[in-house]
Design a protein around this ligand. Structure first.
Ligand code: 6CS
Length: 338
């Protein structure tokens, strides 16, 4: 009797457990814009590992090209086909105009420590941006820097005049086109998949990206002259489909937040020293590569063109952009004055 009862209880328990295991072990799909071992992949893998070590859920990571271009993975996330996506403001700027703030040149400092502190502390990043993404059905989980932007060109350049007549590839947000127009070049917005070929065939004379990507994507092979202008950082963002996220238990929401925090910390450690290592690899691999670091006076010739881009940002985003910019500047001041 006792044994039967125990058995019955056990089977009910097992059935219940089975049911709950089925209900609570989901498989989530996560796509990003880069290749294996690149910064977004380091983030995604750390996120996946945290989730899988701390729950019964699994995460399937899709890299660049597996599900299409950056705009495709965003569409799939908004449609609920993917649960998570890492898309950079360089592309999201077409959907959320305020995300173009990262393309106002010389807004962020070049000093890595200050930039990291800014991302940690900023109210604009951590409180205002989540609201803007939510309006597009997205739960913003992290924004993080990948590296300082460097321009690569077909010959060394030192001034806006040197960029005249050059087709410089930009990511596909309108403000970045304004920046390169202000810098004297001819902006050419293109998705990532067309950049290497465009440089190789001479349709493009240059592009901008952080050094790890110039190394990993082999861009230096077809655009060998690296120019440090100090005008900005490549920033990216990781998010979830908001309906999916809102429908989760509080426990799962907390798990996801903690996983994205852990992935952020791990990724920030990863980028420390990465640009220097990547530059070394590039220089070991190619005799053609040159490195031009502009001096203060040369930088000033670019920096003095920033206000017109800032004005265009306000025109494109209205009151909400103005408020975001004010907060962004206040947050920057707070970390630079510490
Ligand atoms: O330039 C681009 O389009 C790409 N750059 C980086 C650093 N990551 C992904 C993005 O698609």
């Amino acid at each position: 009797m006792k044994a039967t009862k125990l058995l019955t209880t056990a089977s009910i328990g097992a059935a219940l457990f089975g049911l709950s295991a089925a209900a609570y072990s989901d498989e989530w799909r996560y796509a990003h814009e880069e290749f294996e071992g690149d910064v977004q992949d380091v983030f995604a893998v750390a996120f996946k590992e945290y989730i899988e070590e701390n729950s019964d859920h699994t995460v399937q990571v899709y890299r660049f090209g597996e599900l299409g271009e950056s705009d495709d993975i965003m569409e799939q996330t908004q449609a609920g086909i993917l649960q998570f996506v890492n898309q950079s403001p360089g592309f999201t700027g077409a959907l959320i105009p305020e995300a173009q703030i990262f393309f106002i040149p010389y807004l962020l400092p070049t000093d890595e420590e200050t930039v990291l502190e800014f991302f940690e502390e900023s109210k604009a990043i951590n409180e205002m941006f989540p609201e803007l993404y939510a309006e597009q059905g997205l739960e913003l989980l992290q924004m993080y820097p990948e590296g300082e932007m460097v321009i690569t060109v077909d010959e060394p350049v030192r001034s806006p005049e040197d960029l005249r007549g050059k087709n410089i590839r930009t990511m596909t947000n309108p403000l970045l086109s304004e920046t390169y127009r202000a810098f004297g070049a001819t902006p050419t917005p293109l998705p990532w998949g067309e950049v290497y070929g465009g440089l190789q065939t001479g349709i493009l004379q240059g592009q901008e990206n952080p050094i790890f990507w110039i190394e990993s994507g082999g861009l230096y092979e077809v655009s060998p002259h690296l120019v440090f202008t100090g005008h900005g950082w490549f920033t990216t963002a990781m998010m979830a489909n908001k309906d999916f996220f809102d429908g989760l238990s509080e426990e799962d929401q907390e798990l996801i937040r903690q996983a994205s925090e852990a992935a952020y910390d791990h990724t920030i450690e990863h980028i420390s020293g990465l640009a220097e290592e990547s530059l070394q690899k590039i220089q070991e691999d190619s005799d053609e590569v040159t490195v031009t670091r502009l001096d203060e006076e040369e930088i000033e010739a670019f920096r003095e063109r920033a206000p017109q881009v800032e004005e265009r940002f306000i025109e494109m985003t209205g009151e909400s952009g103005r408020e975001l910019l004010e907060q962004f500047k206040a947050d920057l001041e707070a970390v630079t004055n510490e």
